[in-house]
Write a protein of this length. Structure first.
Lengths: 286, 379
């Protein structure tokens, strides 16, 4: 029974990691930039969700605010921070991204205060009893949202013209461009989708812990990196599998290996172990 | 040539003029706290608590007619910042003494600098044992972690009569000292530890831990944490179906904990430093002043920083600001009613005071008990 509960908790946590990591892996796949500032968009989504929810009482409005603010900020980061340095070596963008993330943390602290925020009336707190497990409505909602978002993303990439253009740009940018695909439009699209998902993840974390803090992006920022490395850099499907696997490893690890390794060390131990056996990532075939 | 000869004379004149102004010059007290970064919330509370103490002393005429001045620096909870700050406060600002409103790591790093320079230094709420062991110029106005842990065991086993306990420990100096103290006294109060887990200060999602605790079926959970980890932990324990009494410590002690944990906070009991229902006029005045200045309810951190500055002021009144060795001796002899209740020091320069036990009732902290067992609480 405990094992089932730990497995479910691991998958729930993994679905959160997936929502954050997908944007990171999309950006890496397209631009070869390790987009650390992505975690700042996750924080932004959380803050906007709590602020809008407390002001309006509407969870729908909160979700919209979280996604829209993160998406706009994500596209702005591309336009203002990354586009001017795309022809520089990759570490330039990495340094810019880390700097941007640290600056964002301090902006949140200045704007929203150092104490963090909490929902006045936390939404989705109803306990749900299923299969003898005690879960919270928010946990189920997060897992379901992640599932729907990933399915939607898959359908979009494979069954729409824009999706085809996008995949073409990732695989063969020059050829795609010669076929009339506008690569800049596709890049904005990638930042829009990835950032909106990160914003939504921020909302769910706010719901589950009923708090947002300036530094809440710090752990996701590097854990998502471990995930995209595990998934085979730039491989969306691989990242999803890696996110869920890491969630489950952490769930069991915190209980049974907690004395030896803490949760974050576990993520990297898992990453190193997998890379030793499969340097191409969990699903990679190269 | 003429000018060159005149210069030293002018300097002497200036120095004399300076000495003349001496009486009205403020007495400077150094203060460091994390005002940016992850510890900024505690740093902000500590700063407000310290400022309230300074304002109150100055309203009452200062120290022998001279006002107190707090010289504040942001250490970002970083030991690498704390050392240059200590050097700056001593060398450039020429403070007579200093207070740390910061955590253990920076406080420990700074303590060595103050000891070396023979400048009295008070740790308001940083609990690492080595801080006061640095030397005879370093004091602490909070109870050490182990003493608080032992008080927690007494609270659980004797006052509450709960025997099966799960220990959830924050992986840092603070959490580990509490756990060590709790375990050392558990047997004495008939407490059996049926499960023991650790978590990192960065964790906010406790799903797997909650599932395991629920399966342990304890009577009580002794969980160390700070408000930003304890809030989500308590909320998730309750929504995960754990109904056992939750015992926390002074890290929970803030208004923000109540906001984060919401309804789940009801009935949580903590060992801390600030009694909201205290009959002491000093404590009540602090609570009112803090709420007015800060715009939110006071916390343990604010009360501790306030106490540290008050202790220093009381010693300054006794010994004056000119001889730091005398000031040090006077701090050791201070016995005053402060925001955290009556406080004095042991020969090890640790606080001698009672543990305040508070419970959450109707969404606010209230008096539950006082643990004042000198044998149990000695450092």
């Amino acid at each position: 029974m405990l094992y089932l509960e730990l497995l479910v908790q691991g998958l729930i946590q993994g679905s959160l990691y997936a929502m954050i990591a997908v944007g990171l892996t999309l950006v890496y796949g397209m631009l070869r930039i390790l987009h650390i500032a992505h975690a700042g968009l996750f924080t932004l989504g959380g803050y906007l969700a709590v602020t809008v929810m407390n002001a309006t009482g509407s969870l729908g409005a909160a979700a919209l605010a979280a996604m829209a603010s993160a998406a706009l900020a994500g596209m702005a980061i591309y336009r203002l921070a990354y586009q001017p340095i795309l022809d520089k070596p990759p570490f330039v963008a990495l340094v810019a991204s880390i700097g941007l993330y640290i600056a964002l943390e301090e902006v949140f602290r200045l704007v929203f205060g150092p104490y963090g925020l909490a929902f006045a009336q936390p939404p989705l707190q109803t306990p749900v009893a299923a299969l003898g497990l005690s879960l919270k409505a928010g946990e189920l909602a997060m897992a379901a949202t992640a599932l729907i978002a990933m399915a939607g993303l898959y359908a979009f990439a494979n069954h729409t013209r824009l999706g085809t253009a996008w995949r073409a740009t990732v695989d063969e940018p020059q050829i795609a461009e010669s076929f009339g695909v506008n690569p800049v439009r596709v890049r904005y699209l990638v930042f829009l989708i990835g950032s909106a998902l990160a914003g939504l993840a921020g909302l769910f974390v706010a719901v589950l812990s009923n708090q947002v803090e300036p530094t809440m992006g710090a752990v996701p920022s590097y854990k998502a990196l471990a995930i995209i490395v595990l998934g085979g850099l730039g491989d969306v499907r691989g990242s999803l599998v890696a996110a869920l696997a890491l969630g489950v490893v952490e769930a069991f690890g915190t209980i049974y290996l907690g004395d030896v390794l803490d949760r974050d060390a576990l993520a990297f131990a898992f990453m190193i172990a997998v890379l030793m056996l499969r340097p191409q990532g969990l699903l990679g075939g190269r | 040539m003429m000018l060159k000869r005149l210069l030293p004379a002018a300097a002497v004149l200036l120095a004399l003029a300076g000495a003349g102004a001496h009486a009205a010059d403020p007495i400077k007290i150094g203060f460091m706290a994390p005002l940016t970064g992850a510890g900024a919330s505690d740093g902000n509370s500590a700063k407000i608590g310290a400022e309230i103490a300074v304002e109150e002393i100055n309203r009452a005429g200062g120290i022998a007619g001279r006002p107190l001045e707090l010289v504040v620096y942001d250490d970002q909870a970083n030991p690498a910042q704390a050392v240059p700050i200590a050097n700056k406060l001593i060398g450039q600002d020429q403070v007579v003494a200093a207070v740390s409103g910061s955590y253990s790591a920076p406080t420990r790093a700074a303590a060595g600098v103050y000891q070396e320079a023979k400048v009295p230094f008070i740790s308001a709420y940083a609990l690492h044992p080595d801080i006061t062991k640095t030397g005879d110029y370093v004091f602490r106005t909070a109870l050490m972690g182990e003493a608080q842990g032992r008080a927690g065991a007494k609270l659980v086993g004797e006052l509450l009569g709960k025997k099966k306990v799960v220990l959830i420990t924050l992986q840092n100096d603070f959490g580990q000292a509490l756990a060590a103290g709790f375990k050392s006294a558990a047997q004495r109060f008939g407490v059996e530890i049926v499960g023991e887990y650790e978590y990192s200060i960065k964790d906010r999602q406790f799903g797997p831990l909650v599932a395991k605790v629920a399966s342990d079926k304890p009577d009580a959970v002794y969980a160390s944490g700070l408000f930003f980890t304890a809030g989500p932990l308590v909320g998730q324990l309750r929504s995960g179906g754990v109904q056992a009494t939750i015992i926390g410590q002074e890290g929970y002690d803030s208004e923000q904990f109540l906001k984060i944990a919401g309804a789940a906070a009801e009935g949580v009991i903590i060992t801390t430093a600030l009694d909201r229902d205290s009959s002491s006029p000093v404590t009540q005045r602090f609570i009112a002043d803090f709420a007015k200045k800060a715009g939110f309810q006071p916390d343990m951190v604010g009360a501790s920083a306030n106490t540290a500055v008050s202790v220093l002021a009381a010693a300054l009144k006794e010994a004056g600001p000119d001889d730091r060795a005398r000031l040090r001796d006077a701090i050791g002899k201070v016995e005053i009613p402060a925001a955290v209740g009556a406080i004095a020091f042991t020969p090890e320069r640790e606080a001698r005071k009672a543990v305040q036990v508070q419970v959450v009732k109707n969404g606010a902290w209230h008096h539950y008990a006082v643990i004042d067992d000198a044998e149990l609480l000695k450092p």
